[in-house]
Design a protein around this ligand. Structure first.
Ligand code: NAD
Length: 476
C-alpha cells in the first residue's frame, strides 16, 4: 500500500475498535470512511461501559448517602434518600449524548467521512452501504471489520423486554424492581446485581459455574471476597445453578432454578424462585448479520465469530477484523478493541504490528471494584511456572481507614526466584484505577523489588501495591 497514493481505508462499525482505528488511520494520513448503522460509540457508549458506570455512580452516591452519619454528617431533618430512576436515566442519557457528540466532532475534525447505513461486504474489498436513501458502493485499499457483539439469548429464557430483560433493556429501566433475578454471575451480571441492590432491589444471582466471575484471569480469592461482599449487602447468590425455565404471570416471573449441567459435581435441590424481573446476562453473540462475510471470503468459527490472526488479518486479503467480533477467545473489552484497531491500521499501512493479549488489564465495577492484570496463580501454574504470591489487605492502609473503605486486598503473583511480577489481583476501592501501575510492571517485566523500591505517595491506596511487593520480598 506504499505506492505514494493516499490509501482509502473503510472501517465498518463505530465502537471503540472502529472509531479508534478510524482516528488513527486519519491521523496517519489515510482517507477514511467509517460506516455505522446506529450512533457512534458502539456497545461501550450506548449499552455497556459508559451507561453502566454512569448509573453505578448514582448507585454509589446513594450508598454514600446511606453512610453519611458514619462520616459525621448529620441533618436535623433526617432525609430519606432514594433513587429517582427517571433522573438517573436522564443523567446517563446526558453523559452518553455528550460523549457521542464528542466522537462525531473528532470525526469531522479529522475529515473522516461517516457513512450512516448497513454495510455489506463484496469480493475484493468492496463495501455496499445500504441507507434509507439508497445504496452506495465503496472500494477500499483495506477494510477493517469492527462490528462488535450483541446480546446472547437463552432459548429457555426468551427476552420479552418487559419481565425478562437483556442488559440493554435494564440500562434503560425507569424504575427499580422490587425483586431482580440475574442469570449469569459473570461481569455484566455481577456489576448490575450490585448496582440494583444499592438502589434497593432484592437481588438473586444464579451462576452456572462454581463461583462468581468464573473467568480464568480472575483469581479465586477475588471471587470469594466478592461473594462475601455480595452476601453482606443481602444479595443472594446461587452458584452451580441455572434457570431451566421461567413462567411469566400477572404478578411476576416464576423461575425453575435447577443444578447446573455446566458445573462439576453440581447437586442440590431444585427450587422455584419468584421475581419481578429476570436479567439474562450469559455472554455475547457475534453481530455480523447482513454483513455477508461469505461474499468476501471472511471465515468464521462454528459460533460465527470472525477468525483473525495476531496481526488482525482475516482470511480475506486486505480485510482486517478487531474487537468483540473476534469472540471470547480474546478479552472482549473496549480497550482490547482499541488496541486491536490501532494494530490493524498499522498493518494496513505497511507496518508489522502484532497484538499481545497477556497484559490486558480488566476492570470490573462491582462493589468493591476489581482490577486484574496478567496471570492468576492457577494460570501460571498451568503454564508450568513456579510462583509465590503475597496478599495485603486494604485495612493495612491508612488511606482505606480515612476513606472508610476497608474491604479488599492486593495480591501479587510473582515468579519464584526472580520475583518477576506475573499478575496482580486487586479487589477494593478504586482497584480499577490502581491496576494501571501493575499493568506497567507486568508489561515491562518488573520485579517485586522494583515496585517495593519505588516511592509511593502517602496516604494513598496505591501504597497497597508497594506493600504487596514488600510482603512478597519478605516472604510473608
Ligand atoms: P461473561 O462471560 O462474563 O459471563 C456470563 C456468565 O454467565 C458466566 O459466568 C457463565 O458461567 C454464566 N452462564 C452462562 N450460561 C448460564 C446459564 N444458563 N445459567 C446461569 N449462568 C450461566 O459474559 P457477560 O457478563 O454477559 O459479559 C459479556 C462480555 O462483556 C464479557 O466478555 C465481559 O468481559 C464484557 N464486559 C466487560 C465489562 C468490564 O470490563 N467492566 C463489563 C461488562 C461486560
Amino acid at each position: 500500500m506504499s505506492n505514494g497514493q493516499t490509501p482509502h481505508i473503510i472501517v465498518i462499525g463505530a465502537g471503540p475498535g472502529g472509531y479508534s482505528a478510524a482516528f488513527h488511520a486519519a491521523r496517519s494520513g489515510a482517507r477514511v470512511t467509517l460506516v455505522e448503522k446506529n450512533r457512534m460509540g458502539g456497545t461501550c457508549l450506548h449499552a455497556g461501559c459508559i451507561p453502566t458506570k454512569t448509573i453505578q455512580a448514582s448507585a454509589n452516591a446513594l450508598e454514600t448517602a446511606g453512610r453519611l452519619a458514619e462520616f459525621g454528617i448529620a441533618s436535623k431533618n433526617a432525609p430519606a434518600f432514594a433513587a429517582d430512576m427517571a433522573a438517573v436515566m436522564a443523567r446517563k442519557e446526558k453523559v452518553r449524548a455528550t460523549l457521542c457528540t464528542g466522537l462525531e466532532k473528532t470525526c469531522a475534525a479529522l475529515k473522516i467521512r461517516l457513512a450512516r447505513g448497513q454495510a455489506e461486504l463484496q469480493a475484493g474489498r468492496g463495501v455496499l452501504v445500504h441507507t434509507a436513501e439508497g445504496t452506495e458502493s465503496l472500494s477500499g485499499a483495506a477494510v477493517i471489520l469492527a462490528t462488535g457483539s450483541k446480546i446472547l439469548n437463552l432459548p429457555a429464557l426468551p427476552v420479552d423486554h418487559k419481565r425478562i430483560l437483556s442488559s440493554d433493556d435494564i440500562l434503560n429501566l425507569a424504575y427499580i424492581p422490587r425483586r431482580l433475578l440475574v442469570v449469569g454471575g459473570g461481569v455484566i451480571g455481577c456489576e448490575l446485581a450490585f448496582i440494583f441492590r444499592a438502589f434497593g432491589a432484592e437481588v438473586t444471582v444464579v451462576e452456572a459455574l462454581n463461583r462468581l466471575l468464573p473467568l480464568d484471569p480472575v483469581d479465586e480469592e477475588v471471587s470469594r471476597l466478592l461473594l462475601r461482599e455480595a452476601k453482606k449487602r443481602g444479595i443472594s447468590v446461587l452458584t452451580a445453578k441455572t434457570v431451566q425455565n421461567a413462567a411469566i404471570g400477572k404478578n411476576g416471573v416464576k423461575c425453575a432454578v435447577v443444578p447446573s449441567p455446566f458445573a462439576a459435581g453440581a447437586a442440590g435441590q431444585s427450587a422455584e424462585v419468584e421475581t419481578d424481573i429476570v436479567l439474562v446476562a450469559v455472554g455475547r453473540a457475534p453481530d455480523t448479520e447482513g454483513l455477508n462475510l461469505g461474499a468476501a471470503d471472511v471465515a468464521t468459527d462454528a459460533r460465527g465469530w470472525i477468525i483473525a490472526d495476531a496481526a488482525m488479518r482475516t482470511t480475506a486479503e486486505g480485510v482486517y477484523a478487531v474487537g468483540d467480533a473476534l469472540g471470547p477467545g480474546r478479552p472482549m473489552l473496549a480497550h482490547t478493541a482499541t488496541a486491536e484497531g490501532l494494530c490493524a491500521v498499522d498493518n494496513c499501512l505497511g507496518k508489522q504490528a502484532v497484538m499481545t493479549y497477556g497484559i490486558i488489564p480488566s476492570a470490573i465495577f462491582t462493589s468493591p471494584e476489581i482490577g486484574v492484570v496478567g496471570l492468576s496463580e492457577a494460570q501460571a501454574n498451568g503454564q508450568g511456572i513456579r510462583t509465590r504470591s503475597s496478599l495485603v489487605p486494604y485495612r493495612e492502609l491508612g488511606k482505606s481507614h480515612a476513606m472508610g473503605e476497608l474491604p479488599g486486598f492486593f495480591k501479587l503473583v510473582c515468579e519464584e526466584g526472580s520475583g518477576k511480577i506475573l499478575g496482580a489481583h486487586i479487589i477494593g476501592a478504586h482497584a480499577a484505577d490502581i491496576v494501571a501501575e501493575a499493568a506497567l510492571a507486568v508489561q515491562y517485566g518488573l520485579t517485586a523489588a522494583d515496585v517495593a523500591h519505588t516511592v509511593h505517595a502517602h496516604p494513598t491506596l496505591a501504597e497497597g501495591l508497594r506493600e504487596a511487593a514488600r510482603a512478597w520480598i519478605s516472604g510473608s
